[in-house]
Design a protein. Sequence first.
Length: 333
Amino acid sequence: MSSVDMTQAPHAPATADGTVRYGTRTLAALGQIGTELLDQAGDRVDDPAWVARARHAWEDAPAEVRRTVREFRRHSGPDGALVLRRLPIGVGQLPPTPMVKGSVQHTPSLAAATLLLFAAGLGDPAAFAAEKSGALVQDVVPVPGQEKVQGNVGSVELTFHTENAFHPHRPDYVMLLCLRADHEGTAELRTSCARRVLPLLTPGTRETLGRPEFVTEAPPSFGPAGDGTAHAVLTGDPDDPDWCFDEAATKAVTPEGRAALAELAEVAHRTYTGVLLRPGDLAVVDNRVTLHGRSAFTPRYDGRDRWLQRTFAFSDLRRSRDHRPGDGTVLVK
């Protein structure tokens, strides 16, 4: 994805590649809204009152920003991803990059405020109790000794996946806000959208992917959730289906299914979109139609390693009501 400078435009619609660069006044207005949120909303971003204030503050966001998000919600485009450049995150006030498993952001910060503002624009933020202790704002950082892990603590290539593919209530959007890039500046977010991949698959493969011949294992932290339950990779409208696939965790239960997954993975790796995230860049992935992954990089564990913060957004939080005690923001099963 390339950047297009929209400084002179009256508003900044997403370009053909899903990238937006707002002008100085718009970014300053966003920064002011985030700063006011920090001053008013309390001392813990997971509190319901904090989330409610972020939801109300979103209404004060510049019209061109709200328009971009609204249009993306209506249709996420051929790549199912949006990248907003240079958002306010308070780069000068950042502490060292965390280096521990389970690292999260409970304390309010400008970056956390920015994430929750956009989560409110996309729907509602929510998290999973079994993952990162149910925090709404989660650190994605390399952890010593975890380099080969297929997850947010690793630094080897992260294979393509639907976020929480095993779960019946997967997030609709995955938001990744870059606080620091990797030292070499080469780690790229990779996305692969069904709208690009499916036309390149054989009819037989598409038909097979639409049958419940696949199982996706849950991580150990989630217990048995999703284990052994057969599902289809493709569901919904055959002309624009949703898909559910984790390259590392989804297995086929039939020979035809195994062949279909192999073809799907080959095409996804051949046609993906790569984007380099810089500080202040927010990537929004439509988790219903787009897989995401990451290229490998080399951490130094010096406090300046790659640091993203992640928040999940749900367009219809009501669907998971039976998983969220007290109508809260944490899914407990």
